[in-house]
Every structure is written in C-alpha cells, then in structure tokens.
Ligand binder design. Sequence first.
Ligand SMILES: [Ca+2]
Length: 222
Amino acid sequence: MEEIRFSLDGNTFHTVRENQVDATTWSNATDHGFFVILNVAMGGGFPDAFGGGPDAGTQPGHSMLVDYVQVLTSGGGGTTPPPTGNRDAYGTIQAESFDGQSGTMTETTSDSGGGQNVGALANGDWLQFKGVNFGSPAARQFSARVASGAPAGVSGLVEVRLDSRGNAPIGSFSVGNTGGWQSWRTVPANIASVTGTHDVYLTFTSGQPQDFVNVNWFTFGR
Ligand SMILES: [Ca+2]
C-alpha cells in the first residue's frame, strides 16, 4: 500500500492512501517525477482566514527567503536493498542499491535491463556503497552507466572516492547532456589502483546548481 504523508517539523498532519482513490487517479498523481513549487500567494481568502484584511499591513512586493529545499529517499519505495555481504567490484553494482545517499532520488529506468536508476544528481550529492571487494590484483578502471538531460552549458564530474567522502577522488569522468535523462551510455575512467575491500562513494561535483546526471549502475575493471 502506497501513501503520501504531509509533515511539518516531523509531525504528519495529513495522509492520502492508495486505496482512497481509484487506481488511475493514484497513478496520475504519483507515477512520474515531481516538482517542488514554492509559492508566495496573497489575496483570495488568505488574509481573511487569519483574522481579517487585507489592511494596511497587507503589502505586495515582498520576497520569500528559502534556506534550502531537500529531497530525500528512505528505504522501501522500490529501491534495491543493499546486499548482506560484500559487493563484487567487478560485478554490476546497481546505483539504487546504495547504503547511504544525499540529494538523490530513484526512478524506473528505460535502459536495457530495466530496474531503476538514481537521478536528480547535482553538485554536492553523493551515494555510498559499503563493502566493495576489489581483491587483488588491483582495479584500475571504473565505468558507469549514465544519462543526462542537462541544459546546454551544464556538466559535472562523477567521482569515485574510497572510505570517506572527504578523501580525494581516485578517478572521475565528466558528463554533460547525453540526449536525455533516459539516453544511456557507459562512460569509462581510469582510477588509481585499488585492492582490498572499501566503502565506495560516488560523489557529484558541478560548477552549476542544476541536476546534471542519472546513474543506472557502475562497475570496476583491472
Ligand atoms: Ca539500476
């Protein structure tokens, strides 16, 4: 059963459940991407609903200050759960099987193989994959399945870091528009040699604030 919960400061004040509407209405409301709209409205029933007005204190032309907008993904919701044991660096690591993340979302992919991809990746976002076993001899290659519908002039780096997001990347590649958010290509990169088992972070860095890449999966090579 899916549901949409509306919360303020962590307290849910309204819930709409899948079985409260017909299937088409629910699908139309939920089975697609979303936009966050921040709207300053004045007039209509607003001032009156809070004690009367408009009066002299009801002034147009003011701005709204937004500290930040954050999109979070929690467990469930169709993402692939992380494996219980170590991950094989040379197998296909699904992006949506992350152990931790910031700033990302998951969505159905139309790439070959189906499943989901991680999207809405922009500067400062990251994904964590615990326990990736590189073994020996060392891995020296990284490749990721990516797509981008970024606007002209918007690009960024897909970076690989080991064990801490504060460590320097061991490799990266640059990506810009690939022809659309579901136009997939496999992009390779060289990495500094790595052996043993590590937590892998994919970090996303851009000089522009816009989303610049989706990731379906990644893998390493020797
Ligand atoms: Ca995937």
